[in-house]
Write a protein of this length. Structure first.
Length: 127
C-alpha cells in the first residue's frame, strides 16, 4: 500500500497535511515544522513501540533519523519528528497498514508538498 502525506504550507511550528490512500482521504496530519522529516518515500512497518506502549506504524530509511512513527497528537509539541494524526484516527491508520501487511503487501508513505502533488500519481501506482 502506498500512502501519500500531502503537506500544506507551514504556519509557524505547525505543518498540517492530509494523509490519503487509494485516492481517499484517511485523515489530517500535523508535524512540528522544525522537526519534520524530508520529503521522500519511506517504508512503513507496524510494530510495538516500547516508548508509546502500543502497536504503531514505524517509518524506515528516514535520512539521519530513527524512531519516526505515525501516532496520535493534537499539537506540534507532541512530536519530535513523528507524523501526528487525530486521536480518533490513530487506530484506523494502524489497522489499514496492518491489514495490508497481513495480505502480503509492503507499505510505503510518500511525503510531498501540496504544490508537487498530483492525484494522477496515485493512479499510475495502481497500474
Amino acid at each position: 500500500m502506498l500512502l501519500y502525506l500531502i503537506r500544506d504550507q507551514p504556519h509557524g511550528e505547525a505543518q498540517r497535511g492530509t494523509l490519503t490512500a487509494d485516492r481517499q482521504t484517511v485523515c489530517t496530519t500535523l508535524e512540528r515544522t522544525s522537526k519534520a522529516i524530508p520529503e521522500g518515500i519511506y517504508r512503513i512497518r507496524v510494530n510495538y513501540s516500547p516508548h508509546f506502549r502500543r502497536v504503531l506504524p514505524l517509518l524506515y530509511f528516514v535520512p539521519g533519523r530513527s524512531g519516526i512513527r505515525i501516532h496520535r497528537g493534537t499539537r506540534p509539541q507532541h512530536s519530535e519528528g513523528c507524523i501526528l494524526v487525530p486521536p480518533d484516527r490513530e487506530e484506523k491508520v494502524t489497522r489499514l497498514l496492518l491489514d495490508a501487511e497481513k495480505s502480503g503487501e509492503e507499505n510505503y508513505i510518500e511525503v510531498r508538498a501540496r504544490e508537487r502533488y498530483c492525484p494522477e500519481d496515485e493512479q499510475e501506482e495502481e497500474q
